[in-house]
Each structure stands twice: as C-alpha cells, then as structure tokens.
Ligand binder design. Structure first.
Ligand code: ASN
Length: 339
C-alpha cells in the first residue's frame, strides 16, 4: 500500500473565521481531517505532519522552506509522495523554492490548498486535497508518474516553478502560460507524459541556503535616476529587473551606466519580462543589446516567482557572481526554456 506524507503549513484550506475579530485564521489539522471523512477511504496510508505554528502564506519565508525540505529529506525513503497544504497566495514561490532545493527529486511533491476553507459548504478544498493525494501516489511500473514539485489546483496539475497565482477570487487561481499543464483531472487523471520531467538516478540532495539580500527593480516609463540608483547601489547581491516586452529597457546612458557599475561591483542582475507570456530575447531590439553587452543575465520565460527564488537560491550556494549569472541562464529544474 502506498504511503503519503501530508505536510500542513496553513492557508485558507484550514482557516476559520475568528468569532471576535471575524478575520480568517488557520486552525489545527484535526479539524481539517474531521471535514474529510473520505480520507479514510483512500487506498493508501496517510501520515500527517502539522507545523507547530500554522500560517497564512503571506508569512512564508526561507526558514520555513528549509523546515519543509528537511522534513521531505527525513521521510524521503519511507513514503511514496508528499502533499504540502499551503496558502495559495505564495504557493508558487514556495513550490519554486522547493524545486531548486530538492536536486534529483524522484518522488512527487504536490502543493495544494484552496480558495474557501474546507469547512465551507461550497469549498474547493476537498477536491484539491483528494486529487493531490491521488497524484502523489500515482505510479507506473513502480515509478512515480510526476517526480516533480507541482501545484494541483482546480483540476489542473502545474509544474510549480512555472506557475503563478493570477486570480484571488476564482477557484481557478493558478496559471502556467509558458509551460503546458502536467496533468488534468476529470473522469480520469490524464498525464501529459512528454511534459513531465524524468528524474536522474542520482540520490536526492537538499540545498538549504538562500540569500535574502535580493532586490526587485520594476521599470516604468519615467522612472528616475534616483530611484534606479537607490536600488542598484543598495546593499544587495542580486537584482531581478522586470523589463518591457522581450526584455527591453530605456537606452538612456545614465541607466546603462548604473547597471554596468552595479555589475562591475559584483552584483548580479537578472532580466525577466513584465509580460506573463513569451520570453526575454536579449539583443533582438536595440533596447536590449547593451544589456547583453554589459553582462545582464537573460531570464528567458521564467515567472517572477521562479526568478526571485532561483536568484536567492544560487546566491546562497555560490560566491562568484559570474557563476551565478551562468546558472541563472541555464534550465536547472524545468523553470525556463532557452530560446
Ligand atoms: N491568504 C491565504 C493564504 O495564502 C489565501 C489562500 O490560501 N487562498 O494563506
């Protein structure tokens, strides 16, 4: 019989309205179990680990990612798959972070949650939870069907580091515009076999170090030299720069000079687009040619969530900015397509 570990971190799935303040707050896992008697009927053994402090996912941080990764490592040899119950607000960040932390992952790690608490009459939590468990235990020829860090939500399974939360009010909360969904749930579970990553035979290795000194520079027409300078000269090691279209920026000399000085001083700058669909193509337009020349890293079609967590992850592993730039531009866990 398959064995699944459910890890409960918090999120709307397990929230209840506080009787006095009326705000939604996470509750303990027993109350979740009470709402899903169907769990008993699943043809698998379920172990549960609930974090001592359960959170709204806006309070997620790299320390908790470390706890999650250690928990997965500790139980890796004894369970067939993992289901992580997590708030949807930052689920794509956590799934991206975990994808980088768990190198050579060969078992499913399925994040899920819900838009309505599990106790609500119209809740989406039960379907999300039950199918996430099915996906975590799905095997063919004794091998996991989805040996990846994924998000299952509203009948779709996404590669975690390709997804982002795009809707705060629909049950269909996530999208993955630059990569196909990995499976769809209907009468049958349909897997997109060609789009699912094949694990390497090497043993899984967990990387726990993240660099938090990372800034974001989102461009807009009229951004001032002072604003750009403040970000680029701040005490950070990496900057994720959200640019226009296919990775373009102003060609004003002051702007390029500030970027160049930051890179020359040892900072890493990663170019991703403000467009949710499509890819960065450094050098396609005159407005990105100089970025390439001065050593800005090409983020291709990465989501913002993958770009930020990958930068934090790589700066946590390596001191040399050139090495970090090189790895940022490579496909490490299926998070980007080199065009
Ligand atoms: N605020 C909640 C969270 O991310 C939202 C949700 O789970 N739907 O924890």
């Amino acid at each position: 019989m398959s064995q699944i570990l459910i890890i409960y971190t918090g999120g709307t799935i397990g929230m209840m309205s506080d009787p006095i303040t009326k705000v939604l707050k996470p509750i303990n896992f027993e109350q979740i179990m009470d709402n899903v008697p169907e769990l008993e009927r699943l043809n698998c053994k379920i172990k549960v680990h609930s974090f001592d402090t359960v959170i709204d996912s806006s309070n997620m941080n790299p320390e908790i990612w470390g706890d999650l990764a250690r928990l997965i490592e500790k139980n890796y040899d004894t369970v067939d798959g993992f289901v992580v119950l997590h708030g949807s607000d930052t689920m794509s960040y956590s799934a991206s972070a975990l994808s980088f932390m768990l190198e050579n992952l060969a078992k499913p790690v399925i994040f899920t949650g819900s838009q309505l608490p599990i106790s609500a009459v119209r809740t989406d939590a039960k379907e999300n939870l039950m199918t996430a468990i099915e996906l975590a235990k799905a095997k063919k020829n004794d091998l996991a069907r989805v040996p990846e860090v994924c998000i299952y939500f509203d009948y779709k399974l996404f590669r975690g580091n390709r997804s982002f939360k795009y809707n705060s009010s629909k049950f269909e909360a996530f999208r993955s515009p630059n990569y196909p969904i990995l499976a769809e749930s209907g009468v049958h579970l349909k897997f997109s076999l060609n789009d699912i990553r094949q694990p390497s035979d090497a043993p899984m290795v967990v990387h726990n170090k993240f660099e938090s000194e990372v800034a974001v520079l989102k461009l807009y027409p009229g951004i001032s030299p002072k604003v750009v300078e403040t970000v680029l000269t701040s005490d950070v090691r990496g900057i994720v720069m959200e640019t226009f279209g296919a990775g373009n920026t102003t060609t004003d000399a002051w702007f390029i000079d500030l970027l160049k000085n930051a890179i020359d001083s040892g900072k890493v700058i990663l170019d991703i687009s403000q467009c949710k669909v499509g890819t960065v193509e450094l050098g396609r337009y005159e407005t990105s040619k100089q970025l390439k020349d001065i050593g800005v890293a090409n983020g291709y079609d990465m989501t913002f969530e993958a770009a930020v967590t990958k930068t934090m992850y790589l700066l946590g592993q390596y001191d040399d900015p050139k090495q970090v730039k090189e790895l940022l531009e490579q496909d490490l866990r299926g998070e980007l397509t080199v065009s």
